[in-house]
Design a protein around this ligand. Structure first.
Ligand code: GLU
Length: 292
């Protein structure tokens, strides 16, 4: 069962179960085993990173389940675990990672400028972005959905206009573009991060938040019953790992890492330790796209 196939009722049941069973805020995980003897062809990004002995990774800092900065200053979540798997294959342990908050609108820029070596940040692969960066993966497939207050009657994007609902999303994200098909521009509210959208929903400044279902699930989990998922995904969002445009060897290396993690159970474990606390069914690694 894929998350995007879950009904609203099923998601609610899953949420209730997970909150009762294991508490919902702890999304930490044991670090994957580091490939200390890793060898790479001279001149490749892999060789450079291994020699440098450190790596800068862009992720989100305010998205529970995928990338949420904890009190210890370190982010936790599924994206963070996937990134650690890549670092480990480079021979770099988690303490050699410098985490760089990469809000949606800055991801391409940070990769182009070398502010980060890669981005794992609920980052949808699409043609527009591929003009500026390359993607390894996809390593997960989400779908755009809506989050509303528990008592809301909004049951899908088509209902937003009639309800004259203000809808919140994030600048530079795919959902911010897509929602224009359903809502007048004057009713779209954009912030830099989704946690601010959740605050705006709480205070009644907006009546809905739109982004990927799994991001919303994390915010719903944190809302302690105040919000619900509408549960009707209306796009597909394949998550890729963003790297410098045209770095095919690095893309291939990351894809090989994902495949190995899938077969040795590390991918399933990364899910189980993080997003799996709210959505227990582990996803299947999607078919990887050709590196270009
Ligand atoms: N996956 C979508 C995107 O890459 C939405 C999530 C996000 O903004 O990170 O734009």
């Amino acid at each position: 069962m894929r998350l995007r196939a879950l009904t609203a009722g099923a998601v609610t049941a899953v949420l209730a179960l997970s909150m009762a069973a294991c508490g919902s805020s702890d999304s930490g995980s044991a670090n994957p085993s580091v490939d200390a003897g890793a060898q790479f062809e001279a001149g490749t990004t892999m060789a450079k990173l291994k020699t440098a002995g450190k790596i800068k990774i862009g992720t989100k800092f305010d998205q529970p389940l995928f990338g949420l900065k904890g009190l210890d200053g370190k982010p936790a979540g599924f994206d963070v675990e996937v990134a650690k798997l890549v670092a480990a294959k480079l021979g770099l342990s988690a303490d050699k990672i410098e985490w760089v908050e990469s809000q949606s609108k800055f991801r391409e820029e940070y990769i182009e400028q070398g502010k980060v070596d890669l981005v794992v940040a609920t980052y949808t692969i699409n043609d527009k972005r591929k003009e500026r960066v390359s993607f390894a993966g996809p390593y997960y497939q989400a779908g755009q959905d809506l989050m509303v207050k528990k008592d809301s009657t909004v049951d899908g994007p088509e209902a937003l206009k009639a309800a004259n609902a203000k809808v919140c999303s994030v600048t530079g994200s795919t959902p911010a573009e897509k929602i224009k098909e359903y809502v007048d521009p004057s009713n779209i509210v954009l912030f830099d991060v989704y946690s601010k959208c959740a605050d705006a929903l709480r205070t009644g400044q907006v009546q809905a938040v739109t982004t990927d279902n799994v991001i919303l699930l994390g915010l719903i989990d944190a809302s302690k019953g105040e919000f619900k998922l509408v549960g009707k995904p209306f796009t597909t969002e394949p998550y890729g790992i963003g790297i410098k445009k045209g770095d095919t060897k690095f893309c291939q290396f990351i894809d090989d890492t994902l495949k190995a993690a899938d077969s040795n159970g590390d991918y399933a474990k990364a899910w189980k330790d993080t997003a799996g606390k709210v959505a227990p069914e582990a996803p299947k690694l999607p078919e990887l796209s050709a590196c270009s």
